[in-house]
Design a protein around this ligand. Structure first.
Ligand SMILES: Cc1cc2nc3c(=O)[nH]c(=O)nc-3n(C[C@H](O)[C@H](O)[C@H](O)COP(=O)(O)O)c2cc1C
Length: 227
């Protein structure tokens, strides 16, 4: 099958989504569409360079980045032409969900959703903010209690992206993890943070459930049962 995968800028469910699509790619052709924020967040979690293991660049296995897609998103025309059997957005930020619910199509992913519904192909969306609270994985950060502010700071010196000063510049960081391994005080770490789901985001997900042509999935694992 030809499957289109849309990635938005959510850290939550990102690694799980990557693993599910890696599995699907063993049997199906996956074209990946990445929002501008999605591109940044994929890098922060060290996944951007691994995307070619899922979409290797061949026809119908390409990676389309919003940052290189212009403003009219011509590649979204493929959804009208019926090139794909399904579009799956996983993970979907609360921002993208809000836009979909309000019929806005001004980003690569929201435009893909619109064109796919218009083309009569099913859309599946995995929102991150559904209800209650969630534990979200964070990119690397400096643990201020553990950092000894060494004059010679190995993480700063070894970072291939020069992303570390007294802070980590996450727009430069590509999540390689070299800094974690070489800090003598184990002061660089990732980890999980607890987030409360806002009422507006939970309501948007409920509204999306009743939308024509769109099915809402609870988590990325549910994607496997579709194929
Ligand atoms: C490290 C990181 C993790 C993020 N995780 C989430 C998330 O789990 N859920 C969410 O709704 N937004 C998250 N965001 C914020 C979105 O990236 C931001 O709202 C962005 O504008 C979404 O754009 P998009 O919907 O076009 O991808 C995160 C941002 C960063 C920097």
């Amino acid at each position: 099958m030809n499957i289109a995968w849309g990635i938005t800028g959510a850290g939550h469910f990102l690694r799980e989504s990557y693993e599910i699509f890696w599995t699907l790619a063993q049997e199906h052709q996956i074209t990946t569409f990445v929002s501008g924020a999605g591109e940044e967040v994929l890098r922060m979690y060290g996944l951007f360079d691994k995307m070619s293991e899922i979409s290797n660049g061949e026809y119908l296995r390409e990676i389309f980045l919003e940052s290189r897609s212009g403003k009219s998103f011509p590649k979204a025309g493929r959804f009208l032409l019926g090139k794909y059997d399904a579009l799956i957005i996983s993970p979907a930020t609360s921002n993208t969900v809000a836009k979909v619910v309000h019929g806005i199509s001004d980003s690569l992913i929201t435009n893909a959703v619109t064109q796919t519904v218009k083309g009569g192909t099913p859309v599946y969306i995995v929102p991150v903010d559904i209800s209650g609270t969630l534990m979200s994985e964070m990119p690397y950060f400096i643990d201020r209690d553990a950092c000894e502010k060494c004059d010679d700071c190995p993480p700063k010196e070894r970072c291939p992206k020069n992303a570390i000063t007294d802070q980590i510049d996450l727009l430069k960081c590509d999540g390689c993890g070299l800094c974690v391994d070489c800090c003598p005080h184990s002061a660089i770490r990732g980890g999980f943070v607890k987030c409360r789901v806002r009422d507006i985001d939970a309501q948007n997900v409920e509204t999306m459930r009743s939308m024509d042509g769109i099915a809402v999935l609870k988590n990325p694992n549910e994607i496997l049962s579709l194929f």
